[in-house]
Design a binder for this molecule. Structure first.
Ligand SMILES: *Cc1c(COP(=O)(O)O)cnc(C)c1O
Length: 358
């Protein structure tokens, strides 16, 4: 039987040669490859600064710290995301406040966000889930009228655009280069911003608060990226656009063929980069659906099996009542299907056939 994995890292000869070149150079950390990656990112996102760090989680945490967010502050975010989104907020001592998501796009609902803005709110942290941009018109409108920072969790959305403008450029953006993401370095993250002070602060914080050798301006830790990792992402950068086009074509094909369940909705004005292609099984038994798909060789993923506010340590860090019924029902109903660029025509036909037999 043809087994189709839910994701597949693309590592070709270029990536291998780039890693070997770094190893031969002896310049292993925060050298030429890291700078090259930062330049490529700044260009792609259309911002003045890109700062490479050790992971997407580190990028989120440093973004919050650079914006001066800490104990007593509230950050409004999505309850339907990877745990790193909430953990970053908790890690700086701030309080995550969960606004429910939109039924169609599974992204933060700006109307719910607005209801939760209060005197302690310091930032909005939209998550461009599965590679689809949030409603950045309304969210940036809310942020500017209430004087809030925007920290975009763009981990899943490298290259995605809202109204022609790249996500990660609407405030401070964070990206992940983890092994399953659309652009990879194995582990790694990048922070993007037009704000000189935020970029400067993050550069200090990632390297022991050190501006010049052994001169420490502040507390800082080690969140540096290695050149070994940066080299992988740099080698892949040239192909990112083509890989994204393939993801988009795969998603189009799946949506044209799948009739048995609800296929993903794409809102107008968005360039979705299809990190995940996620169906909603409604009243069907999800475990049974997953079992049937896996039996026919179709790999699946559940992103995510619970609302963040239902994770005990996250719940303990929240305040008051939490009202996120849409996120809670999505957590029971979603299944992600393979959409990665390595799928063949036959793979796509096999996925469509398996889903239509559910
Ligand atoms: C992957 C991911 C992160 C964390 O990135 P890491 O590089 O794994 O630390 C954060 N938020 C979202 C939405 C993610 O998908």
């Amino acid at each position: 039987m043809n087994r189709i994995p839910i994701s597949k890292p693309i590592i070709g000869d270029e990536e291998k040669a780039a890693v070997m070149a770094v190893l031969d150079s002896g310049m292993l950390v925060q050298g030429g490859r890291v700078h090259a990656l930062e330049d490529l990112f700044a260009q792609l996102i259309g911002v003045r600064h890109a700062v490479a760090v050790s992971s997407g989680t580190a990028a989120l945490q440093l973004a919050l710290q650079a914006h001066g967010i800490g104990p007593g502050d509230e950050v409004i975010t999505s309850p339907f995301s990877f745990v790193a989104t909430a953990n970053s907020i908790i890690s700086v001592g701030a309080t995550p406040v969960f606004a429910d998501v939109d039924e169609e796009t599974f992204n933060l609902d700006p109307t719910r966000v607005e209801e939760l803005i209060g005197p302690k709110t310091k930032a909005l942290m939209p998550v461009h889930l599965y590679g689809q941009p949030c409603d950045m018109d309304r969210l940036t409108g809310l942020a500017s009228s209430h004087g809030l920072a925007i920290i975009e969790d763009s981990a899943q959305a490298v290259g995605a655009r809202f109204g022609g403008r790249a996500v990660g450029s609407f405030g401070t953006g964070t990206f992940s280069l983890y092994a399953t993401k659309n652009l990879i370095s194995a582990e790694g993250g990048v922070l993007t911003t037009d704000d000189d002070a935020v970029a400067d602060r993050v550069r200090l914080l990632r390297n022991h608060g050190m501006r010049e050798r052994y001169s420490y301006e502040s507390l800082g830790l080690n969140y540096r990226m290695t050149d070994v990792h940066a080299a992988i992402a740099v080698a892949q950068f040239d192909r990112l656009h083509e890989l994204t086009l393939t993801r988009q074509a795969n998603a189009k094909r799946l949506s044209a063929g799948i009739t048995a369940v609800q296929v993903p909705a794409v809102s107008p004005n968005r360039d979705h980069v299809w990190h995940q292609y996620t169906i909603r099984v409604g009243k069907r038994d999800r475990d049974e659906c997953v079992r049937k798909l896996n039996e026919t060789g179709v790999g699946t993923g559940i992103f995510y099996p619970q609302a963040l506010s239902d994770i005990p340590h996250v719940r303990a860090a929240t305040k008051g009542t939490i009202n996120v019924p849409i996120a809670e029902s999505l957590a029971k109903e979603v299944i992600s299907l393979p959409v990665h660029p390595s799928l063949s025509d036959d793979d796509l036909a096999q996925i469509i056939d398996a889903v239509n037999r559910l």
